[in-house]
Design a protein around this ligand. Sequence first.
Ligand code: ATP
Ligand code: MG
Length: 361
Amino acid sequence: MIIRSIELKDYRNYESLDLKFSEGVNIFYGDNAQGKTNILEAIFVSVTTKSHRGGRDRELIRFEQEEAHIRTLASRNSMDYQIDMHLHRMGSKGIAINGQKIRKASELIGLIKVVFFSPEDLSIIKDGPSARRRFIDIELCQLDQSYLYNLNQYNKVLLNRNKLLKDMVFDNSLGDSLEVWDAQLVKYGCKIIARRAEFIKELQDIIREIHFHLSGGKETLYLGYEPDVDVERFASKVRENRERDLKLKQTCTGPHKDDCLFSIGGCDIRRFGSQGQQHTAALALKLSEIELVKKVSHDTPVLLLDDVLSELDSSRQNYLLESMGEIQTIITCTGLEEFINRRVAVDKIFKVCNGVVSVEN
Ligand code: ATP
Ligand code: MG
């Protein structure tokens, strides 16, 4: 998969921008707060519909403007796709693919797959479970349309069930509706649990091998799924927890509480790993994402690296730079020294200065 170009209008600090990328390695460099990450973010938004930073759509619109536009040209299996996104300060965004307006985000998500790696991702191992769930969800939604559907349904049911639990404080006759939401919660929840288990299993072999190399052949990483509840017990646990849910006015059990374990030699590195071990595992996780996309979609994802090289030691940097060889990569950094010193083959260099981008080669 290749991102060929991107046009921005009133997006973050860009009044107007028109960029053409190389199919190889693209570097955006410049001082802090000039708009480098904003470009990667715009690419991420245009293929996943959401920002990697989280937050609301209106934050993406340039200050004091009412709307923003992103137009991305991408290709996959020799087919070209023009993705148009129109963000409004009020109301939801409009999306069109090749001029045809789409009704659901799911028609776009997964069409062009990207792997985004930023310094915050390095703490995914030591952060709380929600960061690891987010990782699983972003990956699986890109890879599997039915997972995306089931996750959306589950989140809606969860929201409605939690609302009902609050309403029941004032109106106990709503108990029948709770039965209906419970059944839906279990129905979609079980699909999510089963798919996550499969995903982690698939990822396990890939990450183990990559991690083994990254650690210089010294360590073997184990990645395991830690579901809050398994498929067989979900329905009965929802029943058992009903009183507790009513008291706390929220759903206490389900895949929205899942986690995954990272361990080395029986030691849980989420809690007991050194910073180096945690960073190595996080890097291995990102690199296995690339491999998994290749395996599942028989195509390469686009790699977006946001100022991540300076956070890694030289052997991990080398490993990352090697994996860029065969896939389109878009990198941001503050200086070019690392690339020059390492004689990295760079195809296109862009300088970013206060919302203006110039091509340097
Ligand atoms: P760093 O090297 O520090 O990561 P960066 O070049 O990646 O910097 P970005 O995060 O891309 O910087 O851009 C930050 C700039 O964008 C800031 O100056 C910020 O004020 C500006 N900015 C963010 N959102 C908006 C917006 N909605 N409208 C206008 N400007 C914005
Ligand atoms: Mg940045």
